[in-house]
Design a protein around this ligand. Structure first.
Ligand SMILES: Nc1ncnc2c1ncn2[C@@H]1O[C@H](COP(=O)(O)OP(=O)(O)OP(=O)(O)O)[C@@H](O)[C@H]1O
Ligand SMILES: [Mg+2]
Length: 327
């Protein structure tokens, strides 16, 4: 870990006030962020996860100078985003995706020329740099077509190209692979990794757990405007109570049986859910002491018993964390 995190936030809050009702006379106050502390180190890929409406986009906009925090400290590359945004902007890139932010009536290449000029990419390097980024996002063939003809995935690639055009030191990506086909999504992840190899620090949000697990050194889980956990995937696994996940399935269990499973050594959590006509118990297990045979013996009265063990996945961890928060 470096001494100075590239992104450093303390107690970041953001309140939105909007009007609704027939006469727009009802003031609605939404606290999107309720005190967020995050640190992202140089050269890492940091992932922000969380349910819809948790505040991920709001936070991404604040750290990338697009939106002001209501209160709190936000420093990126040592600059205060509220006071030194003009110094910071040339050194960061932002990819929000969606329909906005691109000019539909002109080609992809013309869009990139426009943004290169806006970002201050020197004239003599501009066209070569544009070719480079078009190649990196695999848009060379479509480069001279008008953006209004682009599919959603092609637009997403153009957003990415725009984000890296000026060679930013920190890149903020809000759901970078949304709407991409599996091959393009994989290429985008490869591109993200290659940027890190060039020394870029990446901050991304995603709803794809395997993507976060594959890419990110560290992860924060945001829920209703608060960080509920911030660690490596291995650290998060410990936090939710174990590397091992054991699934037990049968046509029903009585409460006594579930209690006895809970009391077994190393078991931190047992959750039951209906699984078709059967009931599935998902057990989070901390230690190697517990053997599947012990469970099998305990539940020997269920002839249709199915037992399975797997490594606790990031999706398991995520669901544990956001469910705990909700209950
Ligand atoms: N401009 C705005 N005006 C009013 N409320 C807003 C505004 N932008 C966001 N919000 C509210 O702030 C909260 C957080 O929204 P945000 O878009 O940051 O969530 P998110 O985590 O990015 O969700 P998603 O996974 O769906 O993209 C939501 O309750 C949302 O309705
Ligand atoms: Mg969002």
């Amino acid at each position: 870990m470096s001494a100075h995190p590239v992104i450093h936030t303390r107690d970041v809050r953001r309140v939105f006030e909007s009007r609704k009702g027939f006469f727009f006379n009802e003031l609605v106050r939404t606290e999107a962020l309720k005190g967020v502390d995050l640190d992202v180190d140089a050269g890492e890929i940091f992932g922000l996860l969380g349910p819809n409406g948790a505040g991920k986009t709001t936070f991404t906009k604040i750290v990338s100078t697009l939106l002001l925090p209501t209160s709190g400290t936000v420093e990126v590359l040592g600059f205060d985003v509220t006071k030194e945004a003009h110094k910071l902007r040339p050194r960061i890139g932002l990819v929000l995706g969606g329909e906005r932010g691109l000019y539909n009536r002109i080609s992809a290449r013309e869009n990139l020329r426009y943004f290169a000029d806006l970002f201050g990419v020197p004239m003599e390097r501009r066209d070569k740099r544009i070719e480079e980024v078009l190649e990196r996002v695999d848009l060379v063939e479509a480069a001279d077509r008008r953006v209004e003809e682009f599919s959603r995935g092609m637009k997403q690639k153009l957003h990415l190209a725009r984000g890296i055009l000026h060679g930013p030191e920190v890149l903020f990506l809000d759901e970078p692979t949304i709407g991409l086909d599996p091959k393009s999504a994989r290429e985008t992840r490869k591109l993200i990794r290659s940027l890190v190899a060039d020394g870029v620090t990446i901050f991304l949000t995603t709803h794809y757990m395997f993507e976060a697990e594959e890419l990110c050194q560290r992860i924060a889980v945001l829920s209703r405007g608060r960080v509920v956990a911030q660690d490596s995937v291995a650290g998060l696994r410990k936090l939710v109570g174990g590397d091992r996940t054991i699934e037990v399935e049968a046509y029903g269990f009585d409460d006594g049986e579930i209690q006895r499973l809970r009391a077994l050594p190393g078991v931190s959590r047992v959750v039951s859910e209906e699984y078709g006509p059967r009931l599935r118990l998902t057990m989070r297990v901390r230690t190697n002491e517990l053997e599947l045979a012990t469970i099998r013996t305990m539940l020997a009265n269920h002839p249709e018993l199915a037992l399975r063990e797997r490594r606790t996945s990031l999706e398991d961890i995520y669901l544990d964390l956001v469910e705990e928060e909700a209950s």
